[in-house]
Design a binder for this molecule. Structure first.
Ligand SMILES: Cc1cc2nc3c(=O)[nH]c(=O)nc-3n(C[C@H](O)[C@H](O)[C@H](O)COP(=O)(O)OP(=O)(O)OC[C@H]3O[C@@H](n4cnc5c(N)ncnc54)[C@H](O)[C@@H]3O)c2cc1C
Ligand code: SF4
Length: 564
C-alpha cells in the first residue's frame, strides 16, 4: 500500500461529521484550532439538496425507497442497513442490523430530533439497582453543556420538574394536534404521564435561523434550517470560521501512532480515486459513530498495541447497547369522517410520555418512554397500506377511494423506546475473515437480549394496547408471544447504538477517561456515543452533543496548558 502523506500538521483531525463530529468541529474551530474533518460520505447542503415540499407525483417513483435511501427517495439521509462494499457480519444466532449514514452531517440529516437530556439517575444506575455500571461523571457535570447545547441549537419543550427528566432551556412547544389530544385524554385516564415533546426544531427564530413553518417534512432536510442537522447548524458555521478543512469521501482506515505511542494522525482512503492518504494532527478525535469508532481503534494495530489502540483493557467493542423497542398501532373509530381541520405541525410528535413508573413495583429494571404517531400527516406513496384491516376496507374503485378518505387519519400508533442493560454476550469484534472494499477488516456482532429487556417490552405492548382500548380503538395485531420476544425489535434496528469505548476512571475496565480521552494515549479522544457507560430511557443524541462539546472544550483547555 502506497500512502500519499500530507506535510501540514493540523491541530485536530476529527473522523466523522455527524452529531459528535459536527459539534467537535464547531467547538474546536470556535476555540481557534485548525481542524480537519474526514467524512466518509458525500457533501450535502439542506438549502439546495433537500426534497422539502416535493410532491410525490414529481418523481416517477412517487417517493418510494431506493437502495441508498431506504426510508424513501425524499428522505435526507444517504446510507442504510446495507452499504455496497461495506459489509458487517453476525455471529451465528445473532440478530443485529447496523444503520450507517454516508454524508456530511451523518444521521442527523433525518433523525427524529427527539432531544432528551439524560437524568440524574441515568448516570448512576448501578448505585440505584445494582445492574450495569455507574458513569464516572454525574448529571451535574453535563448539565452546563446541555444548557449550552439548548441555547446554541434550540429545543422546544415544557418545564415539568420531573425527577429524572430534567428541564432544559426550552422554546415554546407547539400545541397538540387532534389525534394527540385523544392520546392525552386516554393517558391521563390511565395515569400515564403525557407532556409536550422535546424536539430540536425552532418554534421561534434563534441565532440567525428562522422558525419552523410547520410543513411536517423534517426527515427530508429543512431547506430553511429550522430544525437541527449537524450539517447546516454546526459544520457550516465551523467552515465559516476559515479554520475547518472538510474532506468528504474520506474513509478513515486507522489511527496512526508515533514511536512514543501518541496518535500522529489518521490514514484514510480517498474514495473518489481509491488512493491511500494520511493526515497528520496533534490531536485525533474519533466521532465516526459509536461502533465505527470501536472498529477504527481495533484496526489501529501496531507493535505497541497489537490488540488495537487504547485497548489495553480489552474492552474496545464491549458494553455495546441499543434502545429496546416495539410498536403497536390501532384503528380509532372516533377519528373516522372527522371535520377537516388544520393539522399542520413539526415533522414529529407534539406529545410524548416519559417513563412514569417505579421499577420497585415491576418485574423488570429500567424504563421506557412512549412516542406517538399517526393522524392526518401528508399522505405519501403506499400510505395506509393494509386498508383491508379497517372495517369494510379493501375492495376496488370508488369504494376503495371512499374508504381511503374515511379512514385517512384514523390510525394512531405508539413506539416504546427503553433502556437495555449492557451484558457480556453483546459485543463487537473484528471479523478475522471479512474485509470491506478497501481491505479494511469489518465488525462481527454478537447480540443477546436478557429477560430484563423482554419483560420491559412485554410491558410496553400491554400499555400500548391499554391506550388504544382507552381511546375506543382496535389494535391491528395480536399480542406477540414470549417465543417472539413480545415483539422486541432486533438489536441495532432502533439505531441508538452506544458503547464500545466506554468511559471510566479505571483503565483496566474502560477505554476512555471521564473526558472521552483514551487511557494511555493522551492526544486521542472519542466524541460520539462510544464512551456511554449505559443507555437510558431517552434517545442519546442530545447527550452525544453535550459530551462532545465538553470533550472539545477540554481539548482546547489542555492544548493551552500543553496537556495533550
Ligand atoms: C431514522 C433515525 C431516527 C433517529 N431519531 C433520533 C431521535 O429522535 N433522537 C435521538 O437522540 N437520536 C435519534 N437517532 C440517532 C441519531 O441519529 C444518532 O444518535 C446520532 O446521529 C449519532 O451521532 P454520531 O456523530 O455518533 O454518528 P452519525 O450521525 O452517524 O455520524 C457519523 C459520521 O461518521 C462518518 N463515518 C463513519 N465511518 C467513517 C470512517 N471510517 N471514516 C470517516 N467517516 C466515517 C459517517 O459517514 C457519518 O457521517 C435517529 C437515527 C435514525 C437513523
Ligand atoms: S416542519 Fe418545520 S423544521 Fe421541519 S422541515 Fe418543515 S419547516 Fe423545517
Amino acid at each position: 500500500m502506497r500512502i500519499q502523506p500530507q506535510q501540514r500538521v493540523y491541530d485536530v483531525c476529527i473522523v466523522g461529521s455527524g452529531a459528535g463530529g459536527g459539534m467537535a468541529a464547531y467547538a474546536l474551530t470556535k476555540a481557534g484550532a485548525e481542524v480537519i474533518v474526514l467524512e466518509a460520505g458525500r457533501p450535502w447542503d439542506n438549502a439546495t439538496d433537500s426534497a422539502m415540499l416535493t410532491w410525490p407525483y414529481e418523481s416517477p417513483r412517487r417517493g418510494s425507497s431506493t437502495r441508498e435511501r431506504p426510508f424513501g427517495e425524499f428522505d435526507a439521509c444517504i446510507g442504510g442497513w446495507d452499504l455496497p462494499g461495506e459489509p458487517f457480519t453476525r455471529a451465528p444466532g445473532t440478530e443485529f442490523s447496523w444503520w450507517r449514514a454516508r454524508m456530511v452531517g451523518g444521521r442527523t440529516n433525518h433523525w427524529g430530533r427527539i432531544s432528551l437530556r439524560f437524568g440524574p439517575y441515568d448516570f448512576k444506575r448501578r448505585s440505584r439497582d445494582g445492574l450495569g455500571d455507574d458513569w464516572p461523571i454525574a448529571y451535574e457535570d453535563v448539565a452546563p453543556y446541555y444548557d449550552k447545547v439548548d441555547r446554541l441549537i434550540g429545543v422546544f419543550g415544557s418545564k415539568e420538574n420531573l425527577p429524572n427528566e430534567p428541564n432544559g432551556v426550552f422554546l415554546p412547544p407547539p400545541r397538540p394536534r387532534c389525534h394527540e389530544l385523544l392520546v392525552k385524554q386516554a393517558a391521563d385516564r390511565l395515569r400515564v404521564t403525557c407532556i409536550p415533546s422535546r424536539l430540536s426544531i425552532l418554534t421561534r427564530p434563534l441565532n440567525g435561523r428562522v422558525a419552523c413553518h410547520y410543513c411536517g417534512q423534517c426527515n427530508r432536510g429543512c431547506k430553511v434550517n429550522a430544525n437541527f442537522t449537524a450539517t447546516n447548524v454546526l459544520i457550516a458555521p465551523a467552515l465559516a470560521t476559515g479554520k475547518l478543512t472538510l474532506v468528504t469521501n474520506a474513509m478513515a482506515r486507522e489511527v496512526t501512532v508515533d514511536p512514543g505511542g501518541r496518535a500522529s494522525g489518521v490514514a484514510y482512503v480517498d474514495k473518489t480515486t481509491g488512493t491511500d492518504r494520511h493526515v497528520r494532527a496533534k490531536v485525533v478525535v474519533l466521532a465516526a459513530s459509536a461502533l465505527e469508532s470501536a472498529r477504527l481503534l481495533l484496526n489501529s494495530r501496531s507493535s505497541l498495541s497489537p490488540n488495537g489502540l487504547a485497548n489495553v483493557s480489552g474492552t474496545v467493542g464491549k458494553y455495546i447497547t441499543d434502545t429496546t423497542g416495539t410498536d403497536v398501532a390501532g384503528f380509532i373509530p372516533k377519528m373516522v369522517d372527522h371535520v377537516p381541520h388544520n393539522h399542520d405541525g413539526v415533522g414529529g410528535m407534539h406529545l410524548y410520555m416519559p417513563w412514569w413508573l417505579d421499577n420497585k413495583t415491576l418485574d423488570f429494571p429500567r424504563g421506557y418512554h412512549i412516542e406517538v404517531w399517526g393522524g392526518t400527516h401528508l399522505p405519501g406513496y403506499g400510505f395506509m397500506g393494509g386498508i383491508h384491516r379497517y372495517p369494510s376496507g379493501g375492495g376496488y374503485g370508488k369504494q376503495l377511494k371512499d374508504d381511503y378518505r374515511r379512514y385517512y387519519g384514523a390510525t394512531i400508533g405508539f413506539s416504546g423506546r427503553g433502556e437495555m442493560i449492557p451484558n457480556d454476550d453483546t459485543y463487537c469484534e473484528l471479523d478475522p475473515r471479512t474485509v470491506d472494499q478497501w481491505g479494511i477488516p469489518v465488525l462481527r456482532f454478537h447480540w443477546k437480549w436478557t429477560d430484563h429487556e423482554y419483560k420491559q417490552v412485554k410491558h410496553m405492548q400491554e400499555t400500548f394496547r391499554a391506550l388504544v382500548a382507552e381511546m375506543g380503538g382496535e389494535v391491528f395485531s395480536p399480542m406477540p408471544t414470549a417465543e417472539r420476544g413480545y415483539g422486541i425489535a432486533a438489536g441495532g434496528t432502533i439505531i441508538h447504538e452506544l458503547g464500545g469505548t466506554r468511559m471510566g476512571d479505571d483503565p483496566k475496565t474502560s477505554v476512555t477517561n471521564r473526558w472521552g480521552q483514551a487511557h494511555g494515549c493522551k492526544n486521542l479522544f472519542v466524541a460520539d456515543g462510544g464512551p456511554f457507560v449505559s443507555q437510558a430511557d431517552k434517545n442519546p443524541t442530545w447527550t452525544i452533543l453535550a459530551l462532545s462539546m465538553r470533550t472539545s472544550e477540554y481539548i482546547a483547555d489542555q492544548a493551552k496548558k500543553g496537556g495533550v
